[in-house]
Design a protein around this ligand. Structure first.
Ligand SMILES: Nc1ncnc2c1ncn2[C@@H]1O[C@H](COP(=O)(O)OP(=O)(O)OP(=O)(O)O)[C@@H](O)[C@H]1O
Ligand SMILES: [Mg+2]
Length: 231
């Protein structure tokens, strides 16, 4: 479904991605792990068109999208839940969701996200900025789902959340995947992410240093030491 080939992305003179290759097949959860500043968010932003890569290709369902505009990339079926949630704090829950639904104006998808996150239905008239951190993360995911994506990009969905909410978010990721959604997941919570994932990649300093099945990576000594806090 998605193939990234030899991708280089820069911020001015700073090279954040130095020729990465990643593949995500239809129906998979693929996770991307790596330390702070490794280039994980830059990878997702390059896919969704927020960062314009300098070299390389991003091929989505047969189309090269590395020069496409972000709104066209959403229309093609890619939705991005950015790091730090970025909901609209002064808009209500329902208004935030409507911002994500500029393509599909129907109630089905709204009912679908309210079923997935009943708390958002209860709080639909509440301002986004007054929700708890966990509820804001649910809102950010729900908003991304409003465009009915084929590929969902999730950047650190569990960051800063209480363990019980982290569990809920991971269950939702699994549920979405079981319903057929393909997911590229960036996570600090490497163990939980790898358990859920079909395959994974380790990114270090803008390069892929390791790839394998979720199970292979969980059992890899380097991954254990560097990312799972085990020796
Ligand atoms: N707007 C920017 N301007 C300049 N450099 C940037 C910018 N955004 C990111 N970088 C640099 O690009 C590199 C990759 O950053 P990126 O945010 O992709 O890392 P990350 O893996 O998502 O890290 P984290 O785990 O901390 O979120 C880092 O060295 C970072 O300092
Ligand atoms: Mg990041």
């Amino acid at each position: 479904m998605l193939r990234i080939e030899g991708l280089h992305s820069f911020y001015g003179p700073i090279e954040a991605l130095s020729g990465i290759d990643i593949e995500v097949k239809e129906g998979e959860i693929v996770c991307l792990i790596g330390g702070n500043g490794a280039g994980k968010s830059t990878t997702l932003m390059s896919i969704s068109g927020i960062v314009r890569p300098r070299m390389g290709k991003i091929i989505f369902n047969g189309y090269e999208i590395q020069r496409a505009q972000p709104h066209n990339i959403v229309k093609m079926g890619i939705s991005h839940v950015p790091e730090g949630r970025r909901i609209f704090p002064r808009l209500t829950v329902i208004e935030n969701l409507e911002m994500g639904s500029f393509i599909h104006k129907n109630c089905d998808v709204l009912n679908f996200v309210f079923e997935l996150f009943p708390v958002l239905k209860e709080r639909r008239r509440q301002l986004g900025g007054t929700l708890s951190g966990g509820e804001q993360q649910m809102l950010a995911i729900a908003r991304a789902l409003m465009s009915k994506p084929k590929l969902l990009l999730l950047d650190e969905p569990s960051l800063g959340l209480a363990p019980i909410i982290v569990g809920k978010i991971f269950r939702v990721i699994q549920e979405l995947n079981e319903q057929g959604m393909t997911i590229l997941l960036v996570e600090q919570n490497a163990k939980a992410a790898l358990k859920l994932s079909k395959r994974g990649y380790v990114l270090e300093n803008g390069r892929i240093t390791l790839k394998g099945s979720g199970e292979e990576l969980i059992n890899n000594p380097m991954v254990k030491k560097a990312y799972l806090g085990e020796s």
